[in-house]
Design a protein around this ligand. Structure first.
Ligand code: XIL
Length: 370
C-alpha cells in the first residue's frame, strides 16, 4: 500500500511538471499521420506503477499486449482459456481512448505444445490442427469483436531467405495454414483489420516473400489490410536504405504498413533477428554500458531513431501505426534477449521513467512534417 501511495504521489508530481511545461506528446503530434503505440505488459495494465500507467496513457494513441494475447498465455490448454489479462488490456485501452490491437493469433513461439499433439504426444492430423486453429481464433477474435481494431493473424511464417519457416503449423498443414488463419479471423470478426507480421522485413528476400503472400491471399479472396514490420533494429542494421526499400515494396503491393515492435538496441549484437528462442551466453564485452552510455554512442542512437522516425513520417501515406515494443529501459525485453542480464537502452523513457531528449526532436520532426 505504501509503495502505491508513493508512486501515486510521484506520478502526480511528474504529471504536474509535464503539464506545466505544456509539452506535446508523440501521440498528439502524429495524429492524422499514424497511430503511435506502445506494447504494455500485464503489470502496467493493472497499474502497479502509477508513473508507468501515466506515461502509457499520456504519450501514446494505441496499445498492444506484449504477451497477454499470445497463444500460450491466452489458451494454455485445449479446453481452457485465460482471459484475465487480455480483458484488462482491452478495458484499459477503452477507458483511455486508445486503439487496441491484438498480437498474435498464430505463431510458432509461445504456443502450448497441446496445439500440435494428440494424447500420445504424436503430431495431430491436418484436420485436427485446422479445427484447433479454428477454435482458437474464433474464441479469441470473437471475444473482443468490435473492440480490437486489428489482429496480427500470423506471426513470423518466413525465414529470412524467403522460404517458409518449418514450424509445426507448416509441417502439419503446409503453407495453407496461413490462409486458414486469415479465413477464420475474418469469419470471427468481419470488421477487424487483419495483418501479417514478421521481423527482418527489410531483408529483400523476406520482403518479396511477404509481398507474394499478400497477393496470394488476396487472390484466394482473403482479407489482409496490412503487413506488420516488427522493426527490432540494431545500431548499424538494417540500413535506412534497406528500410526504405521495404516500405516502397509494400506500398507498391497495395497494403498498409505497420511498424509493430520498434526498438533500436544500443548494444553489440551477436546476430540479427528476433527469433525468441535464440540466446547466447553472457560476456562483459557484449554488455559495455552497465554504468552509462558514452555521449558519442548516445548521439548515434538518437540520430538513428530520428532517421528512422523521419522515414516513417515520409511514408505516412501507407504507414498506419508505429508501435514501440516497450515503455522504459527498465522493462524492455532486450535486457534479456538475445543474451540474458544485459543493460540495454532502446526505449523512449529511461530507467527513471524520464523522457529522453530524442522525444523532443521526434516531436519537432513530426510537427515540421505537417
Ligand atoms: C517478446 C516479449 O517482449 C517478451 O516479453 C517475451 O518473453 C518474448 O516475446 N517478436 C514478437 C514479439 O512478435 O511477440 C516478441 O515479444 C518479440 C519478438
Amino acid at each position: 500500500m505504501k509503495i502505491k501511495i508513493i508512486s501515486g504521489v510521484a506520478a502526480m508530481v511528474f504529471l504536474t511538471s509535464v503539464q506545466a511545461m505544456g509539452q506535446k506528446t508523440l501521440g498528439e503530434v502524429t495524429k492524422g499521420k499514424f497511430l503511435f503505440g506502445v506494447a504494455v505488459n500485464s503489470r502496467q495494465v493493472i497499474g502497479i506503477s502509477a508513473i508507468e500507467t501515466e506515461l502509457i496513457t499520456r504519450e501514446f494513441s494505441a496499445i498492444v499486449g506484449e504477451n497477454c494475447m499470445k497463444p500460450q498465455p491466452i489458451h494454455p490448454e485445449e479446453n481452457r482459456f485465460n482471459w484475465v489479462d487480455a480483458d484488462k488490456l482491452v478495458a484499459f485501452g477503452e477507458k483511455n481512448k486508445q486503439v487496441v490491437t491484438g498480437h498474435c493469433l498464430i505463431w510458432h513461439s509461445q504456443v502450448g505444445r497441446w496445439m500440435f499433439e494428440d494424447a500420445n504426444g504424436k503430431d495431430v492430423s491436418p484436420e485436427v490442427l485446422k479445427e484447433r486453429m479454428h477454435q482458437h481464433i474464433s474464441a479469441v477474435v470473437g471475444r473482443y469483436k468490435g473492440r480490437v481494431k486489428g489482429w496480427d493473424v500470423v506471426n513470423e511464417a518466413f525465414e529470412d531467405n524467403g522460404t517458409y519457416r518449418n514450424s509445426k503449423y507448416y509441417q502439419i498443414l503446409g503453407k495453407n495454414f496461413i490462409k486458414y488463419a486469415f479465413q477464420f479471423a475474418r469469419e470471427a470478426d468481419p470488421d477487424a483489420e487483419l495483418y501479417y507480421n514478421d521481423y527482418n522485413v527489410e531483408t529483400p528476400a523476406k520482403c518479396d516473400a511477404i509481398v507474394a503472400l499478400v497477393k496470394e491471399l488476396r487472390g484466394e479472396g482473403c482479407r489482409i489490410d496490412a503487413v506488420g514490420s516488427q522493426a527490432h533494429m540494431h545500431m548499424n542494421t538494417p540500413t535506412l536504405d534497406a528500410t526504405e526499400a521495404s516500405l516502397k515494396k509494400l506500398k507498391a503491393a497495395g497494403v498498409k504498413v505497420l511498424i509493430t515492435e520498434w526498438d533500436i538496441s544500443i548494444l553489440p549484437s551477436p546476430f540479427e533477428g528476433a527469433e525468441i528462442s535464440t540466446n547466447f551466453s553472457y560476456s562483459a564485452k557484449m554488455d559495455p554500458y552497465r554504468d552509462a552510455v558514452p555521449d558519442s554512442v548516445q548521439q548515434k542512437w538518437n540520430k538513428r531513431m530520428l532517421d528512422m522516425f523521419g522515414l516513417f513520417l515520409k511514408y505516412s501515406d501507407v504507414v498506419d501505426r508505429v508501435t514501440i515494443w516497450g515503455l522504459t529501459d527498465n522493462t524492455t525485453w532486450l535486457n534479456n534477449f538475445p543474451i540474458r542480464g544485459r543493460k540495454d537502452y532502446p526505449m523512449l523513457f529511461d530507467r527513471n521513467n524520464q523522457r529522453k531528449s530524442v522525444m523532443d526532436e521526434m516531436i519537432k520532426l513530426a510537427e515540421k512534417d505537417k
